[in-house]
Design a protein around this ligand. Sequence first.
Ligand code: HEC
Length: 175
Amino acid sequence: MTLSGCRVGVILTGVVCAWASGLGDAQNASPAQVIKNRVTHFHQIGDAFKGIRDQLRTSDPAVPAVQEFARRIECLGAQIPTWFPPGTGAAAQREDRHSVSSGLSSGDSGKDDHKTRAKDEIWTQRSAFEEAHKRFLAEAQKMSQVAKSGDKAALATQYKVLGQACKNCHNTFRE
Ligand code: HEC
């Protein structure tokens, strides 16, 4: 796995991740495509998070691996709000499927594998959603910092705190 495409730079508030820039097409993409892309990216975040967990379960965690995973979570995680443009919730997905089945769109096949779990609250309570994201991003950044320090006890603690910040958003904004 190479993460070389992930460039870190400071623009306004934080980290910019070129690695996730494929989502920049979101404006032209169908809701089905936007949903598919974001679920894929969340799975990448999830895999990186599990990667840290797996290292922490070993008797001698590989700190460089943890650093890479943390960087990936931070990089991708910084983009989360951009993955939810208006009109990409469950209702839009249903409409999209309807038009696919009536032959009006060349979008997704309508299979259930990317059925969105995004709740409408993401759009109706946008500022709370952004708050949950900010809280998460602060912990993801801290995870990266702790990973650089290589302090294994601190890593285990921060891993838990980060997991709670994921959950905090999921509790309100994910089905
Ligand atoms: C600001 C909100 C937010 C944060 C923070 C967040 N998630 Fe999520 N996550 C979501 C939403 C919303 C979805 C559902 C997306 C969809 O289905 O369209 C999701 C989906 C996922 C998925 C895809 C599979 C599934 O069960 O839907 C995984 C895996 C995941 N998140 C893991 C994580 C992990 C691990 C973290 C923390 C390191 C995290 N998320 C942080 C909101 C968030």
